[in-house]
Design a protein around this ligand. Sequence first.
Ligand code: ZN
Length: 249
Amino acid sequence: MSALSFRGNSSGIEYTVKVSSRARYARLKMSPVEGLTVVVPTGFDRKQLPALVESKREWILKVQRTFDKHRSTEPAQAETALPEAIELAGIGESWRVEYRYDPLRPGIFIRELDGNVLDLSGGVDNRAWCFEALEQWLKHRAKLKLGAQLMQLASSNGFKLSGISVKKQKSRWGSCSSRGNINLNLKLIFLPPPLVRYIMIHELCHTLHMDHSARYWEAVARYDPDYAVHDREMKHAWRFVPAWFSGAR
Ligand SMILES: [Zn+2]
C-alpha cells in the first residue's frame, strides 16, 4: 500500500492521517502504540478531518481510557509532589534531585553533578518552574540517549531513517512518517528496556511497510520474536510513567 501520512490535532486529540489508495471511505483505528489513525481514500477533503474526528470523540476517549486506565487513579497535579529521585528505566539511569533556593537567580538553573545528582537552583519555591525545568532536562536526556539507542538499532539492522524527534505526547508512543522520520514519546524514558526496544523496532519496521499488514508483522517478528507479548503490554504501559510527570500540564 502506498501510504502518505501526516499528523493532525483536533481539539486536543492527536492523530495520524494515512492516505490509502485502497481505502473506499474514511475509517478510524485505535492502537495502544500509535493512538488514533484516520485512514482516508485518495482525494479525501482534509477539511473534513476535524469534524470526522470530533464526531467520534466519545468512542476515541473510551478506547483511550481502556489503554490507560491506571492514569485516572493518579493524584491530581496540584497534589503531586516534586520528585526527589527520578528512575529512567528506559535508558538505565537513576538520578537524585536536589532543590536549592537562591533568590538571586531568576528562574531555575539545572545542572548534572557527579554521582547522578540533578541540581536545581533558583526559584525552586515555584513548582511550575521546577516541573518545566525537569521536563526540559528529560527531553534533552531522552533525545541524547533514546536517540542514540534508536540510531544504533537502525544501523546494526540495516534500517534507513531520515530523522528522529522526541516529544511529550498523551496518546501515542511512537510514529513513523512516510519520509522515514521517527518520533518517540518522551515518556518511553520511564519504560522497561524490552518495551522501549519493541517500540523502536515497531517504528523502524514502518520504514519498510507503512501499514500493519501480515508482511509488516513478519518483519517485526524477525527483530523482536516476543513482539506479541510486548504489544499487549503496551496497553498498560502508561502506568510506568510517574505521577509527577504524567499530570496534564
Ligand atoms: Zn504501527
